[in-house]
Design a binder for this molecule. Structure first.
Ligand code: HXC
Length: 257
């Protein structure tokens, strides 16, 4: 593999990216961030992949951006390098991305989870935006995505205090879709990913795009966008297959086209 900070593996139509910088609790240094983004983009281009899963270790999904790397940077440094802008490319990945989070998901780690389409958490997971304790604010979308996910009151509570919440709270607040016992987290996430990966790829892409439109538009615009996209599905072979399979009482065999 040409990656040093992550492991990648493809099983069936599911690609797995494992953050692998254990001595720093998967702190997101520039090298690791670039590898995650590059891997996600390459799986997005690969027609054999339908779904991407991102996970960390038992102890940490990711403990944030790399503080050692950030500590001595100046405003000029981070402005001219446009720090963290590369995550816009990750956000632009069209295929579904599922985060399987165990242990710490702090700062940039929490933001990486929220950049994914679905978050599954082990009961050991903790989420927080502790940047305030370091004299900065969230920089990979946390102030925006957390607020959209959990509302202003709770987002302000987390971002202004820097405190963490556990998996159960994160689920009830709407950051996390499911809480899973830690020893089954990856297996269950991969099973869900496999189920999703068997759906029609162009329809998955359209569904993800439609849901994300809810964050970018008024309700009326969003509903119009959905309707056009729904109409467009009737141009797909997979729509013919999906509906024929239902009527013939068999499982569909989608061709992802
Ligand atoms: C660099 C980190 C790190 C980080 C942990 N490490 N988090 N290195 N950047 N974000 C390193 C530690 O320095 C240590 O290295 C090793 O990982 C193990 O961590 P410990 O602190 O010894 O472990 P523990 O006592 O179990 O505490 C775990 C922890 C703590 C609670 C997660 O590490 C922690 O508070 N980390 C920082 C969390 C944080 O503030 N994240 C937000 C970053 S800012 P050594 O070499 O000593 O063994 C951010 C901003 C994004 O993400 C954008 C805005 C700028």
């Amino acid at each position: 593999s040409d990656y040093e900070n992550i492991l990648v593996e493809v099983t069936g139509r599911v690609a797995l990216i494992t953050l692998n910088r254990p001595k720093a609790l998967n702190a997101l240094n520039e090298a690791l961030m670039n590898e995650v983004i590059r891997a996600a983009e390459s799986f997005d281009r690969d027609p054999a992949v339908g779904v991407i899963v991102i996970t960390g270790s038992e102890r940490a999904f990711a403990a944030g951006a790399d503080i050692r790397e950030m500590a001595s940077q100046s405003y000029q440094d981070v402005y001219l390098a446009d720090w963290f802008a590369a995550w816009d490319r990750f956000a632009a990945v069209r295929k579904p991305i599922i985060a399987a989070v165990a242990g710490y998901a702090l700062g940039g780690g929490c933001e990486l989870a929220m950049l994914c389409d679905i978050v599954f958490a082990a009961d050991t997971a903790s989420f927080g935006q502790p940047e305030i304790n370091l004299g900065v604010i969230p920089g990979i979308g946390g102030s925006q995505r957390l607020t959209r996910a959990i509302g202003k009151a709770k987002a302000m509570d987390l971002i202004l205090t820097g405190r963490s919440i556990g998996a159960a709270e994160a689920e009830s607040w709407g950051v996390v879709a499911r809480v899973i016992p830690a020893d089954r987290l990856l297996a269950e996430t991969l099973a869900v990913a496999k189920t999703i990966s068997e759906k029609s790829l162009p329809v998955l892409i359209a569904a993800k795009e439609a849901v994300n439109r809810a964050f970018e538009s008024s309700l009326a615009e969003g509903v119009r966008f959905e309707r056009r996209s729904f109409h467009a599905a009737f141009a797909l072979d997979d729509q013919k297959e999906g509906m024929a399979a239902f009527l013939e009482k068999r499982q569909p065999a989608f061709q992802h086209r």
